[in-house]
Design a protein around this ligand. Structure first.
Ligand code: IPM
Ligand code: MG
Length: 370
């Protein structure tokens, strides 16, 4: 199968981890006789430096022409004091909007090999397997009015949390669709005891739930959800929530299973190309040192194969290879709690590729003999 993948490395460790993910995709293409063509574009701080804007038109066009987009990370201290429209993060938000990727899927699952890297006790995290479905195009991130002004002589800043019924309906529907193929439980997280937007969110969730009689729906307030994620993370299957709540809860959830460097994400659109990115940031403190954990980016590539290209077997081969390398004791620096064999970004990628090649060679021989 031939596919075009737009790669936007972005800033900081984004460059190293996307490089690794591309190498893994090339290995998969080789093993499974696919043709992946990679096109490269600028986004974030580097795009500001070279093109004067965080999401240049040329990058937007390149993404639209691709079958899927792989992003690294954006941001860094160099651009921290830029005005709002010239911040790297603005490029990421503009890109999400342009690609209409409304559903951000962030799976969190326990890996037996990383039990020692989790700050929680084994009995709390063993068996954790849930997915956060974060609304990505509305809520506090995009609501108008926003900005700064002076009101009655005092400096004031405003952000707005706004949702339309249709925006809530499509994200809740996505959550129910996913849950119906999993453990059939949706937890909708809101702040309905305070916020109007959450009250609408809850009503719509109840309405959508009626179409899925075999899926149960629970509501949880976001402060309580933050606590429950630590106290009893095994209770969750699909967690659906507002843009900013999802941003915060997914960073919290990432530590359950070891490290932020492990968590991939998929941002799905209804029609056009979807976007795949690790949930971690550009980690300027370790950028360029061959230290970053490439696994979140590699697993994001696996999600791309699954969700955009319907290559389930190929996705599984990647996931299995990652598990194998971790269980062999290989670790990047972020997974250092609990010991192991410390390796660089590039070496981790090499180990994952070796495991993929071994695995697919074995399955090819098996097919030949079956
Ligand atoms: C994420 C990131 C982004 C977000 C930032 C970089 C704008 O934290 O993808 O979780 O808040 O969405
Ligand atoms: Mg975040």
């Amino acid at each position: 199968m031939k596919k075009t993948i737009a790669v936007l490395p972005g800033d900081g460790v984004g460059k190293e981890v996307t490089k690794g993910a591309v190498e893994v995709l090339k290995a998969v293409a080789n093993c499974f006789d696919h043709e992946f063509e990679f096109t490269y574009g600028l986004v974030g701080g580097e795009a500001i430096d070279k093109k004067g804007m965080p999401f240049p038109e040329a990058t937007a066009e390149m993404c639209q022409q691709a079958d899927a987009v792989l992003l690294g990370a954006v941001g860094g201290p160099k651009w921290d004091s830029n005005p709002p429209h010239l911040r790297p993060e603005k490029g990421l938000l503009a890109m999400r909007k342009a690609l209409d990727v409304y559903a951000n899927l962030r799976p969190v699952s326990f890996s037996p090999s990383l039990i020692d890297a989790s700050p929680l006790k084994r009995e709390y995290v063993e068996g954790v397997d849930f997915i956060i479905v974060r609304e990505l195009l509305g809520g506090l991130y995009f609501g108008e009015p926003r900005g700064r002004n002076v009101e009655q002589g005092e400096e004031t800043a405003v952000d707005t949390l706004v949702y339309k019924r249709s925006e809530i309906e499509r994200i809740i529907t996505t959550a129910f669709e996913i849950a119906s193929k999993r453990k059939k439980k949706v937890t909708s997280v809101d702040k309905a005891n305070v916020l109007e937007s959450s009250r609408l969110w809850r009503e719509v969730a109840e309405e959508v739930a009626k179409k899925y009689p075999d899926v149960t729906l629970d509501h949880m307030l976001v402060d309580s959800a933050a606590m429950q994620l630590i106290r009893n993370p095994k209770q969750f299957d699909v967690v659906v929530t507002e843009n900013m709540f999802g941003d915060i809860l997914s960073d919290e959830a990432s530590v359950l299973t070891g490290s932020l460097g492990m968590l991939p994400s998929a941002s799905l659109s209804m029609a056009g190309p979807s976007l795949y990115e690790p949930i971690h940031g550009s980690a300027p403190d370790i950028a360029g040192q061959n230290k970053a954990n490439p696994i979140a980016a590699v697993l994001s590539a696996a999600m791309m194969l699954r969700h955009s290209f319907q290559m389930e077997e190929e996705a599984r081969v990647i996931e299995k290879a990652v598990e194998q390398v971790l269980s062999a004791g290989y670790r990047t620096a972020d997974l250092s709690v609990g010991g192991g064999h410390f390796i660089s970004t590039a070496k981790m990628v090499e180990e994952i590729i070796d495991a993929i090649v071994d695995d697919s060679a074995i399955s090819k021989i098996m097919t030949c003999y079956s």
